[in-house]
Design a protein around this ligand. Structure first.
Ligand code: G
Ligand code: G
Ligand code: MN
Ligand code: NA
Length: 253
């Protein structure tokens, strides 16, 4: 199936959408913002998840254009939510997932940076696996994103390709997002409780915030709060929602 052909028309046909999954502050008990998650409403194949088309998009400059659209749309949504909620959520923020591969493309980073400065940057999440590369180029890209106002999170930290502790000392980071496989083993596995407690302590000593991902059950929320984790997201807090449903969810709280 020629997905690449379809991808070329998808931006102009407005077939991409973002879902927003709220992130809950564990000290305040209030939602702090939301992670934006890309979806493609394909005219024949239905709703497609990022893993089924981002690799194809990454073979050409299409990935850069999709990334730009994601940043512009997420920031516009953030500002609509702030306006709609009045004084309730003045600091509402969105995060976007960016792959370092898309920034490495010609023009990838240089087209994105002005967007960040223009309306106030979103938070940016980069997957921990991409930080295994300790090159000056990676460091330089992250420093530029940050100097344009984006707070940086390392995603999927603490398992698989995200087990690289020293990455926390090599890159200009603001937060870590714990790998959902760790959350899944809370609170039943005492070794994972110890691992998560130590990771939170380590991150805090390095001046980083900690967000738990994949929180599905209230016992997980309880232990994370007890361990001093800063924030949590997952189906147990709220699933990823279209903006209109997000606004309704916020209004109910
Ligand atoms: O809901 P979920 O299936 O969206 O996300 C699957 C994966 O796709 C996650 O690893 C997430 O980080 C990634 N992802 C979601 N949205 C985007 C996006 O806009 N850009 C990139 N590069 N990755 C995304
Ligand atoms: O960017 P990242 O790789 O962290 O992407 C987050 C992914 O986690 C998305 O695919 C999102 O749909 C998914 N997700 C969100 N909440 C939950 C949850 O509670 N449990 C699990 N297993 N996945 C979740
Ligand atoms: Mn993410
Ligand atoms: Na990710």
């Amino acid at each position: 199936y020629a997905l690449e052909e379809d991808l070329r028309g998808a931006l102009t046909a407005r077939e991409f959408t973002l879902l927003y999954q709220p992130v809950l502050g564990l000290k305040s008990g209030k939602p702090l913002g939301a992670e934006s998650l890309l979806r493609w409403q394909h005219p024949e194949l239905g709703l497609l998840l990022p893993h089924s088309f981002l690799e194809v998009a990454g073979r050409s400059e299409l990935i850069t254009h999709i990334g730009e659209w994601v940043v512009e749309e997420a920031v516009a949504s953030r500002d609509r939510v702030r306006a709609a909620c009045g004084e309730a959520h003045p600091e509402w923020q969105v995060s976007v997932n960016l792959s370092l591969e898309e920034l490495r493309r010609s023009e990838g980073l240089s087209r994105l940076l002005p967007l960040l400065s223009a309306q106030g940057a979103p938070d940016i999440e980069v997957t921990a696996g991409s930080l295994l590369d300790h090159s000056e180029e990676t460091l330089g890209m992250l420093e530029q994103l940050r100097s344009h106002g984006a707070r940086l999170s390392v995603d999927d930290f603490g398992d698989g390709a995200g087990s690289n502790l020293s990455a926390l000392t090599r890159f200009p980071l603001d937060a870590i997002k714990l790998h959902p496989t760790l959350t899944a083993r809370l609170p039943g596995d005492p070794r994972v409780v110890t691992l998560v407690a130590s990771t939170i302590d380590l991150a805090h000593r390095l001046g980083l915030k900690v967000v738990a991902v994949g929180v599905e059950r209230s016992e997980q929320l309880d232990i994370l709060r007890e361990l001093g984790c800063d924030a949590a997201q997952g189906y147990g807090v709220c699933p990823p929602l279209p903006e209109t449903e997000l606004l309704a969810w916020l209004a109910e709280r």
